[in-house]
Design a protein around this ligand. Structure first.
Ligand code: 13P
Length: 254
């Protein structure tokens, strides 16, 4: 059975106190919630990973993810953080390839292929993001684009690597816009993603990998999106910054 995941990407929001508070509020709010087979992940900004993770009395079901890392082991890369550094503070997940990284920081598929490998070598699970921009969907190239993003960044992996990979399909036109892919559009793409993975790595791996949808997921649309057979959860931006909304998404996926 695939793991369901509700992951909050906090992006460049919240200082250390606000991050700790939000993490604690989520912890308290889920205390009496059954969350069988659901992973809950929050991704604070780099400076807040350690203080959030090491708060006493955090609910142990709340996992932490970094939002990015450099592909090199270490070296002269001013301003960057390495996989080893992330792992050394106790964090075991990293988001890679978010469209904001690709757009504003020129992250290429080739760099992402290296980042994924470096993350796995350092015992970090990679939450790998990808998705088409509006023009690509309008010109009916979205399947081709997504297939090539997967090929270029993930096809060098070994079968066993897939135990530590989560996929996050985030159509760029739906991120922070209030515009969501319809449940049918999400399902159609997620099913396609599984066929792409199955062709290269076989059906078992394709059936076992969790594929999250991201882009304007909120309590009012979550249930319909999460109930699609190939949607295993969400990567959430705006709604992850509000305890009640984020917890409502965790409830919606049960
Ligand atoms: P929104 O939920 O704010 O659209 O952001 C989605 C996202 O980018 C998550 O990584």
């Amino acid at each position: 059975m695939r793991t369901k995941i509700v992951a909050g990407n906090w992006k460049m929001n919240l200082d250390v106190d606000a991050s700790k508070q939000l993490a604690m509020d989520i912890s308290v709010a889920i205390q009496n919630l059954e969350t069988n087979n659901t992973r809950i992940i929050i991704a604070p900004t780099a400076t807040n990973l350690y203080p959030v993770f090491h708060q006493p009395s955090m609910d142990s079901r709340v996992e932490i993810a970094a939002q990015n890392m450099h592909q090199a082991k270490n070296g002269a890369f001013t301003g960057e953080i390495s996989a080893e550094m992330i792992h050394s503070v106790g964090i075991t997940n990293v988001i890679l390839g978010h469209s904001e990284r690709r757009t504003y920081f020129n992250e290429t598929d080739a760099a992402l292929a290296e980042k994924v490998s470096t993350a796995l070598q350092n015992n970090l699970d990679a939450i790998f993001c990808f998705g088409e921009v509006l023009e690509e969907r309008q010109s009916n190239n979205h399947f081709k684009v997504v297939e090539s993003q997967l090929q270029n960044a993930l096809f060098h992996l070994n079968d066993s690597d897939w135990r530590n990979i989560v996929l996050a399909y985030e159509p760029v036109w739906a991120i922070g816009t209030g515009e969501t892919a319809s449940p049918e559009q999400a399902q159609e793409m997620h099913a396609f993603i599984r066929t792409v993975i199955a062709k290269k790595f076989g059906n078992t791996i394709a059936q076992n990998v969790s594929i999250l949808y991201g882009g304007s997921v909120k309590p009012s649309n979550a249930k319909e999106i999460f109930s699609q057979p190939d949607v295993d959860g969400g990567l959430i931006g705006g709604a992850a910054l509000n305890t009640a909304d984020f917890v409502a998404l965790i409830v919606a996926i049960q």
